[in-house]
Write a protein that binds this ligand. Structure first.
Ligand code: PLP
Length: 396
């Protein structure tokens, strides 16, 4: 991984990625790709992006040494990258401020987006207000019920939330409908929320999220004088994970661990283990490891954390697993709920249920490691949106 330079010009990460879409979309995506490639090296664009990261998102986010959590686990030091402290409470805004500048450059005033946990939807609605644009946000009916507070926030910010009741009424179905509407609404910009979708989205979203790992590298060098032994992040589509990992891919002494949702258990069929159990296939216009049934159709996914409930996963995490640079593990709903409560009580930090998957694994890992070793966990979001669901439905 010395000269890591992914994707290639066709948007392929080895076997994965690419652009498998109808002709009308190819032209629109090529237009977005061209504009992005021009913009990303433009100093005034970079200046505006850095200005927004600092003054609107609130970056750099803290790298916090969780002493009581570390002591409780009795092993390696656990650091939390506090993406939950960003404006709107998650890593998602890093991406939407960048894509909003891109949409503006393309002259688009209408944004179309999908959301699962509602965090990306809130981040889209926020930049819509910031830039004086308009947006339609597609959300599965099941997620609307589980993530009520984020639905209220999106509406307050001026977004139209469109309920999707097709299929399982979750993120996959919301993306299906959002993409269809993007095709018919020619003057819109599709703002994807993770490192998924057809080229160039996985590259664009990763580029806007890589600030997370860039900051961690200099923060941990200052605080510990070394690189971390492990980086741990939950994986839905893979954007908070790629954001944290990207800067460290070439540092082979740093181990990368992605945590997937094992839902009701790895031995059941109610999980979202796309990297661990998926096979190469196409979903939403790109190739990745994707859950499939016996006849090769897209399988159903499940997680109590709406933001992890997706049968596919980004092409770049798929590639990193295939090339053995990234290790993947599963954490169940109930293990995540336990970590949700542990972090709240030990550190006074209520994590998003998605992030609690990463916390849960980091706690197990810390116990196996030596006291001088260092784990950095991406605390991708805060848990306000999950408090009601955890209390009413998930705590046993
Ligand atoms: C707080 C939080 N973390 C993680 C995720 C998973 O997405 P990704 O894998 O793209 O980071 C989500 C998705 O909604 C989220 O809201």
């Amino acid at each position: 991984m010395k000269n890591y330079n992914q994707p290639n010009k066709k948007g392929e990460f080895g076997l994965f990625g690419g652009r498998y879409v109808p002709q009308q979309l190819t032209t629109r995506l090529a237009e977005i790709e061209k504009a992005y490639l021009e913009l990303r090296n433009n100093p005034s664009f970079q200046k505006e992006l850095q200005f927004l990261y600092k003054n609107y998102v609130g970056r750099p986010s803290l790298l916090y040494k969780a002493d009581r959590l570390t002591e409780y686990c009795g092993g390696a030091k656990i650091y939390l990258k506090r993406e939950d402290l960003n404006h709107t409470g998650a890593h998602k805004l890093n991406n939407t401020v960048g894509q909003a500048l891109l949409a503006r450059k393309l002259g688009k005033k209408k944004l179309i987006a999908e959301t699962g946990a509602g965090q990306h939807g809130v981040a889209v609605a926020t930049v819509t207000a910031l830039m004086g644009m308009q947006c339609d946000i597609y959300m599965g009916k099941r997620d609307i019920i589980n993530q009520k507070m984020n639905v209220y926030r999106m509406k307050l910010l001026g977004a139209k939330v469109v309920e999707v009741s097709e299929g399982q009424s979750t993120l996959k179905d919301a993306i299906d409908v959002a993409l269809k509407n993007f095709i018919t609404e020619e003057n819109s910009y599709y703002m994807i929320g993770s490192v998924v979708g057809p080229h160039p989205y996985p590259m664009i979203v990763r580029d806007f999220q890589k600030i997370v790992g860039n900051e961690v590298k200099s923060q941990i060098k200052k605080q510990e004088g070394i690189l971390p032994d492990y980086l741990v992040a939950c994986i839905g589509g893979g954007s908070n994970a790629m954001g944290l990992f990207y800067e460290f891919i070439k540092d082979k002494e740093v181990k990368l661990v992605g945590v997937e949702p094992a839902g009701l258990g790895e031995k059941t069929d109610r999980h979202g283990l796309a990297l661990m159990r998926g096979k190469p296939g196409i979903i939403h216009g790109f190739k990745c490891r994707v859950l499939q049934n016996k006849s090769g159709e897209i399988g159903e996914s499940y997680s109590a954390a709406s933001g992890l409930d997706y049968p596919g996963v980004g092409p770049e995490p798929s590639f990193l697993v295939e090339t053995k640079r990234l290790e993947v593990v599963g954490v169940t709903d109930s293990e995540a709920v336990k970590a949700f409560c542990d972090l709240s009580r030990l550190e006074g930090i209520i994590p998003a249920l998605e992030s609690a998957h990463a916390i849960s694994y980091a706690m197990k890992l810390a116990q196996r490691l030596k006291k001088e070793q260092v784990i950095v966990v991406n605390l991708s979001g805060r848990g306000d949106k999950d408090v009601e669901n955890v209390f009413e439905n998930l705590i046993i």
